[in-house]
Design a protein around this ligand. Structure first.
Ligand SMILES: NC(=O)c1ccc[n+]([C@@H]2O[C@H](COP(=O)([O-])OP(=O)(O)OC[C@H]3O[C@@H](n4cnc5c(N)ncnc54)[C@H](O)[C@@H]3O)[C@@H](O)[C@H]2O)c1
Length: 271
């Protein structure tokens, strides 16, 4: 399915992978409905996209953890364009704190944004996407296949997303709706800066070396290719593929490997 002239909704489109997805979809001729909390930034993006690619792009202020905002986002898409072909549930947050130290607000916020945000948008968009036999996409993570230390809430929300999307795919085998679970590996973006610490405050710095990671633009291209070819699951890095395979074949061994990698290289929380 070519994205030319299709109507594509993307949540969390004001930065990172969501913003790159907006540019990639527009480059292929899609008209866009972009949702995010930062309305001014979003309007700058939609204006630039309309100018560069000659498509239509609508900005809608939306906090995906608020059900009414998600209903409003979907309603605005239908009122403006009359249909929806693709919903990309991309908005997401991360965290960095051991569970023993954690204010439970952190876990609740991550579930509200990453899991419930996906559920709300999908609930309101699905009747429209059944009409167009379009696509529902979740930008999930390898952390949705293997629990990562210091990321209990993040992994829980991404496992929940994966289970939700998996069930939805089976339920829709006869409706023609395509469901894609997209799992980037580590990608350079703002997500580690805005990750919540144990007190539910933004960490304000990245815990990892961002320059060694995939770029948001590379990830966006893979996801948009996956929408056009109606792929089922996208695991985007060799490290990700290995993690998913080892989690099935040697789960106890992988626990130790992940602990050691995070303790040695990735996260002083475990030192
Ligand atoms: N960067 C990575 O290493 C990586 C790896 C795997 C998966 N992901 C996933 O990719 C997605 C995009 O993340 P990113 O890396 O581009 O980070 P990012 O921080 O640049 O983008 C996240 C976007 O979601 C938005 N957002 C957060 N809370 C929101 C809310 N309540 N309502 C609406 N929008 C909200 C942010 O404002 C931002 O625009 C996330 O779901 C993330 O879990 C990222």
């Amino acid at each position: 399915m070519s994205l030319k002239s299709k109507i594509v909704i993307i949540t969390g489109a004001s930065s990172g992978i969501g913003k790159a997805l907006a540019y990639e979809a527009a480059r292929r001729g899609a008209n866009l409905v972009l949702g995010a909390r930062q309305f001014v930034t979003l309007c700058q993006i939609t204006q630039d996209i309309e100018k560069q690619f000659g498509v239509k792009a609508l900005a809608v202020q939306c906090d995906v953890s608020v059900e009414e905002d998600c209903a409003h986002l979907i309603k605005q898409a239908v009122l403006t364009f009359g249909k929806i072909d693709v919903l990309v549930n991309n908005a997401g947050m991360s965290m960095r704190a051991l569970f023993k130290d954690l204010d439970l607000k952190v876990l609740k916020t991550l579930m509200d944004v990453n899991f419930w945000g996906t559920v709300y948008c999908t609930k309101y968009a699905l009747p429209e996407i059944i009409k167009t036999q379009g696509s529902i996409v979740g930008v999930s993570s390898i952390a949705g296949y293997k629990g990562l230390p210091g990321r209990t809430g993040y992994s829980a929300s991404k496992f929940a997303m994966n289970g939700f999307l998996d069930s939805l795919r089976v339920e829709n085998l006869k409706t023609g709706v395509h469901v894609l679970t997209a799992c980037p590996g580590f990608t350079a973006s703002n997500i580690r800066n805005t990750a919540l610490n144990k007190n539910a405050q933004q960490q304000g710095e990245s815990s990892l070396e961002e320059e060694k990671m995939m770029t948001a633009e590379e990830v966006a291209k893979i996801i948009v290719d996956g929408i056009e070819t109606r792929a089922r699951t996208l695991i985007m890095t060799g490290q990700g593929k290995l993690t998913v395979t080892l989690s099935k074949l040697f789960p106890a061994w992988l626990d130790k490997l992940v602990y050691n990698v995070f303790a040695k290289e990735k996260d002083p929380l475990l030192k």
